[in-house]
Design a protein around this ligand. Sequence first.
Ligand code: ADP
Length: 453
Amino acid sequence: MTLLISYNPATGDPVGEVEITPSSEIPDIVALARAAQPAWQALGHEARAELLTRAHEALSARADELGRLITEEMGKPLADGIGEARSLGAGVREHLNEIAEALAPEVVEDGRLHSVVYHDPLGVCAAITPWNFPMAMPQWMVLPALAAGNTVILKPSEETPLCGQAYAQGLIDVLPSNVVQVVHGADDQGKTLVESDVDMIAFTGSRETGRHILRSASGGLKRVILEMGGKDPMIVLEDADLEEAAKFAAWNSYRNAGQVCVSTERIFVLAGVAERFTELLVEMTKNTRVANGLEDGAQVGPMVNATQRDHVLAQVEEAVAQGAEVLAGGEGHHDNFIMPTVLGGITEDMAIAREETFGPVACITSVASEEEAIERANDTPFGLGAVVFGGDVEHTARVARRMTAGMIGINRAAAGAEGTPWVGARQSGYGFHRSRDGHRQFTQTRVVTRPRV
Ligand code: ADP
């Protein structure tokens, strides 16, 4: 038995441990999931939804305890950890109703034929999840997969196995046996799971792993949904409310220590307002409290681990060596803690301008025109979120329509209203989540047709 020990990134202390799943056992786990699937499907949506609601509401009711575990295992401030745990059950009924509507059979007729379009479960779904939202990300993939009638094998990130286990256990306690199972481990377990006899893989993580999964899944032509991070731009137009824009930039660059797939990673500000915007952002950055997430008032906790910290600091150092200017932060880092940092004078050739940073760094580029802002913001292989701040709503909306990301926010974050997809364009996404079409990606569409009488 080999153990995976999980450490608190704020203190270095162990938080707990799980048993690593030997890769050789994965085929048997998949076989159990396959055997459990027909009965789970046969229960029907309403009965499944009832059990899923009960399990998720019970998890939410433990938000204080589970939120603390999130903070201890990956570092985010306690209020955010509790918020994440509470979100597991909040709105779960509405979410399940939305899924029921999306998957209900539809009758389609023409002059001759009567057809029914069904959305059946695919079978066994593997959910491979990251550490930045260590309970919300598993729920994001596991809930729609189960609601559609699939059984699920969750492989949580090796950085947050305890959170993944706690979430899954909440379901295992309520659902029939083997409807949800957990595989613990890292790349090796992930690879073996993808290559095993699963029907679908839902993944959120890095672009490299996403590519790897797509390649492995191609052998069996398995269905995949991949969400793979971004390099989200923010444009600040001349007539923007600069106070609001700076507030948003500070929040969306530093929350969860910048470890969010839709973090603001590049800021393009029109030259006429660049100085004032920068002043405001620098001021807010200096007032951001960095501390162990369990401390009162902590706004930014530690990076999840030393590798992530080193990756961020190396990008900052390299940018500074290439001429970027440190306008705030840039020093006082200790252990896994990085002080929120504002960099000015970012140029396109810097790695920090092109590759995902996933750290609390705001990178400002002053641009001469709106055209330049749009062109540079779109000059990336990624395309998850984008944000435009401007005063004239119509005009700002026209700029927003020219952004090539999947989700564009006007004077707010990129995520859309309830019922809209969570969608990455280009190399940020392959398939997508939420919304009618997102829910249907966990299913096989079938059409049954008879002559009209
Ligand atoms: P991150 O850098 O955000 O941790 P990764 O893509 O490395 O992103 O990891 C996301 C998830 O994918 C984790 O659960 C990880 O163990 C898993 N994983 C890593 N490599 C592979 C692989 N080759 N095949 C399948 N899963 C993998």
